[in-house]
Design a protein around this ligand. Structure first.
Ligand code: FES
Length: 146
């Protein structure tokens, strides 16, 4: 059976309003999805995304509050601007733009995160693995990087 695409999920801790959705994300995420919770999407440093890409993520999903509902007023707007620009850079160096997905969630969006992740996983599956930016560190005997 082929390996599922690896997804790095950055989730604003406020964006999932339904406790059942947050519970699912906290406890039942499939093994191919790595969760990082943040206080707001505005706190996601582009270097975190780069680290995920270099660590082997086939895709990155950023889940946050709707623009007008950010707990920090404009955190998500700043994040969108900064991370979309960074996404352009990633695309330029060979990490297809489609591999980074922004999802903005609202009170009515119960159960949407599962569907968004499943659809994203399918799209990544179609794109195939993204291994060209993976950083491999060779560790020599004695624990020193070679
Ligand atoms: Fe959720 Fe800012 S608090 S995106």
């Amino acid at each position: 059976m082929p390996e599922k695409p690896k997804i790095a999920l950055f989730q604003c801790r406020w964006c999932l309003y339904a406790p059942a959705d947050q519970e699912w994300v906290d406890t039942q995420l499939p093994e191919n999805i790595h969760l990082t919770k943040t206080p707001c999407t505005g706190r996601i440093n582009p270097l975190y995304v780069l680290n995920a890409v270099q660590g082997g993520a086939d895709g990155v999903m950023i889940s946050g509050c709707l623009p007008e509902q950010c707990h920090f007023k404009t955190g998500n707007m700043a994040a969108r601007r900064q991370l979309e620009e960074f996404n352009d850079f990633l695309d330029y160096i060979g990490y297809d733009k489609q591999r980074v997905r922004f999802v903005w969630l609202d009170l009515q969006d119960r159960g949407i995160i599962q569907k968004q992740l499943a659809a994203f996983e399918q799209e990544l599956d179609d794109l195939g693995p993204a291994s060209n930016l993976v950083t491999r560190v060779k560790v020599a005997e004695g624990g020193q990087n070679a």
